[in-house]
Write a protein that binds this ligand. Sequence first.
Ligand code: C2E
Ligand code: MG
Ligand code: MG
Ligand code: MG
Length: 283
Amino acid sequence: RSKEKGGNSYHYYHPEMNKRSMHRLSLEINLRKALERNEFHVYYQPFVDLSHGEIFGMEALIRWFHPEWGMVSPAEFIPLAEETGLIIPIGNWVLRQACIQNKKWQSLGNHPLRVSVNISAIQFHQPQFVQIIEDTLEETGLDPSLLCLEITENVAMTNVPYIIETMQKLRSMGVFISIDDFGTGYSSFSYLKRFRVHTLKIDQSFIRDVTFDEENAAIVTALIAMAQQLKIKSLAEGVETKEQLDFLIMRGCDEIQGYVFSKPISADEFEILLRENKQLSII
Ligand code: C2E
Ligand code: MG
Ligand code: MG
Ligand code: MG
């Protein structure tokens, strides 16, 4: 049982309250404080263009460094942030950091880089979402074409007219849009056409054993070909090996992200990659 008092809640544990809900509760309490305690950081993972092997952009990935627990995986706290609504302030913070950082890299004279930010369905469905994007771009001075929003297929499960309208507004601003984890959610192929996304990100579950699982090889081959026909860029997620890379190059995949090139790294480490002009050897 818990009771509210002056905005703070006091929790009395019942013996039958199981370990899982205790864990969840403690995670939630800590998550609520993490922003103001500056426990979040944004890491960046390079995107590489397979036509020339150069970094053309990066995905912003949140990291939570808890003072006692150490690094907590986003796979653990993002779902909870979504359930509790905390994803709104956290997501806005990531968006802002990513824009500020990319603007900084631009002012240092780097070639244009597009930063991709993950957007949860709850964020996307806020009525003021487009305004938040506009305001953040204006405040940070980042060119809209250097921002990409990654949404999953699940965003598109409800209120299709709203999604089409929102996507259209974002497009006309010049912001890019990717479909993340493609193939794992509820996809209707017609959505791809109606939403007119720029990039289809093929989920890493298909890439993982693409070189020894015939079904996955067939799915990846078909997704790359479909993207090509729809004039959408294809990006393979979670590429770890040279063999996977060769497979993707053979099939005409446009872009990759994965440990084969770099893990997600801090902004400082990313800056070193840029300075060294690190490239992927693709022959
Ligand atoms: P995602 O958007 O699909 O991000 C890609 C995930 O794949 C990242 O996990 C990345 O570290 C991992 N990855 C990249 N290359 C490889 C590889 O070669 N091998 C393997 N095994 N993994 C690779 P991460 O950073 O743990 O994030 C997990 C998920 O959490 C993300 O999946 C995304 O759905 C969510 N997430 C992360 N940051 C944010 C955020 O700022 N906002 C929201 N809403 N979600 C986020
Ligand atoms: Mg993503
Ligand atoms: Mg993904
Ligand atoms: Mg994923």
